[in-house]
Design a protein around this ligand. Structure first.
Ligand code: NAP
Length: 262
């Protein structure tokens, strides 16, 4: 990678939710490596601090904040603390998410509310709290993490699929509203990616969902981080309102009728 590309975020400050593990950790490390100071936000404060340690060990800097992104007061305080510690905020990555795998008939209202709280309500809260900082920035950009589940059926997790479809329309409409102010809003829709979240799916569930990796492997957190970094950078300065699938082509394929056609 050219040095200039690797320092895309020099002087910029990023706020990454769910940054303590999995895809969020990879995003935080990638942005830090490219020059950003990173506020690592996670429900698990110890995990957020661990990622900040990794960032510092690699020569970067930032702040670790324990917060539940579905809670208004916690998000507002996290944004105040991050902006004060880093001297403003330019990039918001809404990555925190949870999934509950259950058939509709077993799904409770609490499952629905928790899923929407962490995956979608959180985006309203973070975007609202960050807006003044993004307006002050000359490089304001938001990247939301949706899912392939917004694009097609995968496994039984109806509230998750509905919330992630909400992320896609949230992204589009916010992009429309903020574009005139120079703030870009995009989403990435990962396919199955090797993290603890994916560990909650058994091989049978993956198989019965008909998931086939056109590119012959499951996604890695770094695959998603690369796409997020691109969309958050000036290299994507003419892209807004988009949802970019990072799925290895998994959403393109349906299960072959005969195994010999697979
Ligand atoms: P993960 O490994 O479970 O990591 C998620 C991180 O978010 C964890 O550190 C978790 O903390 C944190 N978190 C959960 N609830 C939170 C809350 N209320 N407030 C703050 N932080 C919270 O998941 P992942 O696979 O990296 O997923 C990241 C994003 O990618 C999610 O939006 C997910 O829906 C999306 N995605 C993942 C896949 C996949 O296959 N992995 C596919 C499509 C989309 P705790 O560990 O303390 O709960």
């Amino acid at each position: 990678m050219a040095q200039a590309e690797r320092r895309d975020f020099e002087g910029r400050k990023a706020f990454v939710t769910g940054g303590g593990a999995g895809i969020g950790r990879a995003i935080a490390l990638h942005l830090a490596e490219a020059g950003a100071k990173v506020a690592v936000i996670d429900l698990d404060g110890g995990a957020a601090s661990g990622v900040l340690k990794e960032i510092r060990a690699a020569g970067g800097d930032g702040i670790a904040i324990e917060a539940d992104v579905s809670q208004e007061a916690a998000v507002d305080q996290a944004v105040v603390d991050a902006a004060e510690a880093l001297g403003g905020l330019d990039v918001l990555v809404n990555n925190a998410g949870i999934v509950i795998i259950k058939r509709f008939a077993e799904t409770t209202l609490d499952d629905w509310d928790r899923t929407f709280g962490v995956n979608l309500r959180s985006m309203f809260l973070t975007c609202r709290a960050m807006l003044p900082h993004l307006r002050d920035s000359t490089a304001g950009a938001i990247v939301n993490i949706a899912s392939m589940a917004a694009l097609r059926y995968t496994v039984p997790h109806l509230p998750y699929a509905a919330a992630k479809a909400g992320v896609v329309s949230f992204t589009r409409d916010l992009a429309f509203e903020l574009g005139g102010e120079g703030i870009r809003v995009n989403a990435v829709a990962p396919g199955p990616t090797a993290t603890a979240m994916m560990g909650r799916l058994t091989d049978d569930e993956v198989d019965s969902a008909g998931l086939r990796f056109v590119l012959s492997r499951m996604g890695r957190p770094e695959d998603v981080a690369e796409a997020v970094a691109f969309l958050a950078s000036d290299r994507a300065s003419y892209i807004t309102g988009a949802t970019l699938p990072v799925t290895g082509g998994a959403e393109l394929a349906s299960r072959p009728l005969r195994s010999e056609d697979g």
